[in-house]
Write a protein that binds this ligand. Structure first.
Ligand SMILES: NC(=O)c1ccc[n+]([C@@H]2O[C@H](COP(=O)([O-])OP(=O)(O)OC[C@H]3O[C@@H](n4cnc5c(N)ncnc54)[C@H](OP(=O)(O)O)[C@@H]3O)[C@@H](O)[C@H]2O)c1
Length: 251
């Protein structure tokens, strides 16, 4: 469970622990992970494991999957979730930001999927979910790196879903809309600074753009991931599940 100590990743881990999965949460901050794992394990009747790993370092990302397989004898569910790239319009993203965001969003997760999928196929069951963004369905000009790279991630997920479907393995994306986490707070802060408006003003405008008139709760995104990784979702493959309060303007 990528980014399992906070935000959408943590909310997803709560669902998975509740459903009885043996969960390993990952992230870069050991102290935060240790505390989150202990909290998740309380009352669950089972220990929740954690692993320090930086997804933006592709070698380390792939090694983290091997480590989980060795510790726990295999990996049936891989949720590819971490932080988002820095905000910025298309010509404002520096070369260095493109390179680091490429590692974080595409190459790191792809290396993890490459490591995990053969074992899943051999065991005849597997679930991979990429947490992306509604930016792949509806461009957001001030999140250019997210729009461009997550479109590539969505294509990669589709291709993976074709290659492993006959082996009981599904690969899907969950695309969140505005969700009340640290990431959203950072994006709104950046938007307020760029426009000279107050944080509360951009927050209210963002919420008003959602037909539900609010940001999502991380638990609502986690519930969608939990459905896709369940045994019941075995015929849902190669798709994007949008969870955005109805904001995306497509049919
Ligand atoms: N919140 C929204 O409104 C929203 C909307 C659309 C899409 N999304 C996307 O959904 C994903 C999760 O969002 P969120 O809101 O939960 O984000 P968040 O609040 O920023 O949490 C991100 C989590 O990922 C971990 N992480 C960040 N960079 C990492 C790295 N390089 N390697 C490993 N772990 C890393 C963080 O822990 P450490 O810092 O300790 O590593 C943290 O636990 C992001 O990709 C985000 O862009 C969010």
């Amino acid at each position: 469970m990528g980014g399992g100590a906070t935000g959408i990743g943590h909310a997803t881990a709560v669902h998975l622990v509740r459903a009885g999965y043996h969960v390993v949460i990952t992230g870069r901050n050991e102290a935060v992970l240790r505390e989150a794992a202990a909290r998740l394990g309380q009352g669950a009747g089972q220990a929740v494991d954690y692993l320090v790993s930086d997804v933006a370092e592709p070698d380390a990302a792939a090694a983290s999957v091997s480590e989980v397989e060795q510790r726990h004898g295999g990996l049936d569910v891989l949720v590819l979730n971490a932080g988002g790239p820095p905000p910025g319009r298309i010509l404002e993203v520096s070369d260095e930001q493109w390179q680091s965001s490429f590692g974080l969003l595409l190459l790191g997760p792809l290396r993890m999927a490459r490591q995990a999928l053969p074992g899943m196929a051999a065991r005849g069951f597997g679930r991979v979910v990429f947490v992306t963004s509604t930016a792949v369905r509806q461009p957001q000009p001030d999140l250019a790196a997210s729009v461009v790279l997550r479109s590539a991630v969505t294509a990669a997920a589709k291709l993976l879903s074709l290659d492993f479907a006959a082996h009981g393995v599904t690969v899907n994306c969950v695309a969140p809309g505005p969700t009340a986490t640290e990431r959203r707070r950072q994006i709104l802060t950046s938007r307020a600074q760029a426009t000279g408006r107050s944080y509360d003003d951009v927050d209210a405008q963002d919420a008003a753009s959602v037909p539900a008139r609010r940001a999502g709760h991380p638990e609502e995104i986690g519930a969608a991931v939990a459905f896709l990784v369940s045994a019941d979702a075995g015929y849902v493959n190669g798709t994007v599940l949008t969870v955005d309060g109805g904001r995306t303007e497509t049919i």
